[in-house]
Design a protein around this ligand. Structure first.
Ligand SMILES: C[S@@+](CC[C@H](N)C(=O)[O-])C[C@H]1O[C@@H](n2cnc3c(N)ncnc32)[C@H](O)[C@@H]1O
Length: 212
């Protein structure tokens, strides 16, 4: 693939809309794919931190943490004792580990690999920010796996953009409502907070869920 290709071409074929999933190539060719590090300063990320302020979290898992910027922001904001970020890209995890030594970062594919656990106990906060489009066929299994890695009172926090015109993955998911009714409620999650905002034509969904 040419270096000049956009980020989209790495994870999906824009002609056929078939999933490619070359996240490793993407992190090798781009410093900050999706501008995720830059987005950490945006208002929506400040809103996420505010929403999470009502509890103390001890163990946090950040699924699809990428370069780890928000994982580190979470660690500082929550004062959690253990914060672990996982990502399928070894380049992303290598960069995150080198930069943020207060968190642990591990290479893991959430669709196939076990969630890394710690002796101190299960996670009381699991973050899933902007990952859902990449794991659609396995979504039910992933939510089951995440549920098993959480304490009974644990929180699952989802942040997800929905494009104004969806061309990918319609057979799995067509709307935020479907994400809740088809995947999260049957997976045993209860919605505690639900927020939607249109930003630059895309809908950003913030969902705070409890294991029911
Ligand atoms: C849009 S980025 C979001 C990064 C970060 N969560 C954020 O919001 O700033 C999506 C991330 O999910 C990761 N990812 C995609 N599929 C994954 C999988 N099956 N298991 C773990 N991580 C995955 C990608 O490598 C990428 O870092």
């Amino acid at each position: 693939m040419e270096k000049s290709a956009g980020w989209l071409d790495y994870w999906v074929d824009p002609k056929t809309w078939r999933f490619r999933g070359d996240f490793e190539g993407m992190y090798r060719d781009f410093e900050d794919p999706w501008f995720c590090q830059r987005r950490n300063d945006f208002l929506e990320r400040q809103v996420v931190l505010q929403i999470l302020r009502d509890r103390h979290y001890q163990r946090i898992l950040d699924v699809g943490c990428g370069l780890g910027g928000f994982t580190e922001i979470l660690r500082k904001a929550t004062d959690a004792e253990f914060v672990c970020g996982i990502d399928v890209s070894s380049t992303a995890i290598g960069k995150a580990s080198a930069k943020y030594d207060g968190c642990q970062f591990k290479i893991a594919d959430i669709r196939r690999d076990a969630i890394p656990l710690v002796a101190e106990g299960l996670y009381d906060l699991v973050m899933l920010q902007e990952v859902i489009w990449y794991i659609l066929p396995e979504l039910s299994d992933v939510f089951a796996k995440i549920g098993q890695s959480m304490t009974d009172e644990g929180i699952l926090f989802i942040e997800q953009c929905f494009p104004s015109e969806q061309k990918f993955g319609k057979e799995f998911l067509q709307s935020a409502d479907e994400l809740i009714s088809r995947y999260l409620m049957p997976g045993g999650f209860k919605v505690l907070m639900h927020y939607r905002q249109i930003l630059e034509g895309e809908m950003v969904l913030l969902l705070k869920l409890e294991k029911g």
